[in-house]
Design a protein around this ligand. Structure first.
Ligand SMILES: *Cc1c(COP(=O)(O)O)cnc(C)c1O
Length: 386
């Protein structure tokens, strides 16, 4: 089965990890800060805080922005559940903003309308998490303008989007946000096995996230509240977690990051081959906004229900039986039983649900061979062509 995504690990990646295994530090050594600096400088942010997953990074980002009970967090329904769960971890309430039917990203028009209504009812969000779906940036300039008008904070969930650009600037520069989060899960653009990072240009947010990833403990003389009792001394000054990344993971990340541009160029190439080869089939191909350069974590098509001989379900089954590991991104978060239980079960986001009914994710990853991509295109053409 050709998977929809997979990691690409070279001999250099393996050697980098083996070096750490032979060193004194498997964790809390020099590799983690080195990886943080490498990612931050690559995307043009001042600070990077590496953690054991993007889920942890989202949680810490919410905590650093003081999200808590009584607050609202808004995000896109077309995302992985982690973009919403982070609000619940903090005791906040979670609501969603419907998607733009062209980009499948959170719709700025829907956001503006919902903010207007929320202002009247006193339920404005404290944090909004735009998700750069499939690797294409949201319309950050307009979301930022709304944040200035309504006073909310922005966390970009860029789990799909490291290596992408928005208005010519790297995603992660935090030009239009407080914090940006990357994921290094193996299916994403670069990997550390498990891992994530929060980027920011705000030193106090960075410091807070660093402390929270390590139990809420500090050794900083400025923050210690009692009297230091010696070189060993530290204090826990708030409740944190163990969300640390290991040096093994960071070394892999440093090695992977060196190939980021190459990875993105190949994903862009594969996407353009799909764009050209599938354009006559009853499929809606991914729209690309001219302000963006996508990292193409995913290549998603929608079955054109009016013209396709097969509906999404039947096409997905057929492709899987043909050895093509297609998938669906995403089941709208508000429709999961857990969210139906805690929110109004009548909650509806029409565009996200319509999109979901027809979406199929085709394989796209660095090592996808030309022959494999041709096979995928041939199978699709044969089954969908009249
Ligand atoms: C993968 C993903 C996450 C979670 O990433 P982990 O590193 O697996 O915790 C969060 N949000 C989105 C949009 C993702 O795709």
């Amino acid at each position: 089965m050709i998977p929809y995504g997979r990691q690409d690990i070279t001999a250099a990646d393996i050697a980098a990890v083996v070096e750490v295994l032979k060193s004194d530090w498997l964790t809390q050594g020099p590799m983690v800060p080195r990886f943080e600096q490498a990612v931050a400088s690559k995307v043009g942010a001042q600070f990077g805080v590496a953690v054991n997953s993007a889920t942890s990074a989202l949680h810490l980002a919410c905590l650093a922005l003081d999200l808590g009970p009584g607050d609202w967090l808004w995000t896109s329904p077309n995302t992985f559940v982690a973009s919403a769960n982070c609000g619940l971890y903090c005791g906040a309430k979670v609501d969603f903003v419907d998607i733009d039917p062209l980009t499948y990203n959170l719709s700025v028009d829907a956001l503006a309308l919902k903010l207007e209504q929320a202002e009247r009812t006193g339920t404005l969000p404290k944090v909004v998490i735009p998700v750069h779906f499939a690797g294409q940036s949201c319309n950050m300039a307009e979301i930022y303008a709304l944040s200035q008008q309504y006073g909310f904070k922005i966390i970009e969930d860029a789990s799909h989007a490291i290596g992408g650009l928005y208005k010519g600037k790297p995603v992660g520069s935090c030009h239009y946000s407080d914090i940006t989060v990357f994921s290094f899960h193996p299916v994403k653009v670069i990997t550390t096995g498990e891992g994530g990072m929060a980027l920011t240009n705000n030193s106090s947010l960075a410091e807070r996230m660093q402390r929270l990833r390590a139990h809420g403990i500090t050794r900083d003389p400025q923050q210690i509240q009692g009297e230091s009792q010696g070189v060993f001394y530290y204090e826990q000054i708030e409740l944190g977690f163990n969300y640390r990344m290991t040096d093994l993971q960071a070394a892999l990340g440093i090695s992977q990051l060196e190939k980021l541009d190459q990875f993105i160029a190949q994903r862009q190439h594969l996407a353009s081959v799909y764009d050209n080869s599938l354009s006559n089939l009853p499929l809606v191909l991914p729209f690309q906004h001219p302000d963006t350069y996508s990292a193409y974590h995913l290549y998603v098509v929608q079955v054109d229900a009016n013209h396709s001989p097969l509906d999404r379900g039947a096409l997905l089954d057929y492709l899987r039986k043909s050895g093509i590991g297609v998938n669906v991104h995403y089941i709208p978060v508000h429709t999961h039983p857990y969210y139906r239980k805690i929110n109004s079960s009548k909650m509806q986001f029409i565009e996200a649900e319509k999109y979901y009914a027809n979406a199929i994710t085709l394989p796209i990853f660095y090592a996808l061979q030309e022959s494999q991509q041709n096979e995928i295109i041939n199978v699709l053409t044969k089954v969908l062509e009249k």
